[in-house]
Design a protein around this ligand. Structure first.
Ligand code: AMP
Length: 142
């Protein structure tokens, strides 16, 4: 189930070297080559899946089941003061490698290198709007 042009599949099968953090039958975890902070780790399913939309529940289940224990190990070893999980889907949302991955980014305080700016639009949505949006999304859940 590996994809021949996929760089992360090549990492899983050893064709491309990586700094391996963890591996089992379902997942592979390794250091991001561009460390945002010390210990920045990518957790990926061994089954190739492009992004969250294409991920079967079983693959998601096994992947997410490993994230807490890897996160806790990073916390234990490097004592970060916080941690962000990040998953980018599609190029406009900054996905650059098209094999599903969860970034685990330990945080060490101001200026540690992590930045994620967003602007909230609290005044743009009334509580009726929020109810309506929630209903619309719910209707789309299959
Ligand atoms: P994203 O932008 O969310 O798709 O993240 C892809 C990540 O993969 C980036 O943070 C890259 O630094 C990382 N990356 C790309 N190639 C490698 C590689 N050969 N080994 C480790 N990390 C990589």
């Amino acid at each position: 189930m590996s994809h021949e042009d996929c760089i992360f599949c090549k990492i899983i099968n050893g064709a491309i070297p990586s700094a391996k953090v963890y591996e089992d039958d379902h997942v592979y975890a390794f250091l991001d080559i561009s460390q945002v902070t010390k210990g920045h780790t990518l957790v990926i399913p061994k089954t190739h899946t492009k992004n969250i939309y294409e991920t079967p529940p079983e693959v998601a289940k096994e992947l997410f089941a490993r994230v807490p224990k890897i996160a806790k190990a990073i916390k234990e070893v490097y004592k970060p003061i916080g941690m962000n999980l990040l998953n980018n889907n599609e190029a406009p949302a900054e996905q650059s490698v098209f094999h599903l991955h969860i970034h685990i980014i330990p945080r060490y305080g101001e200026g540690d290198g992590y930045q994620l700016g967003w602007t909230t639009h609290d005044d743009a949505y009334s509580s009726d709007d929020l109810q309506q949006i929630a209903k619309e999304i719910n209707a789309g859940i299959k």
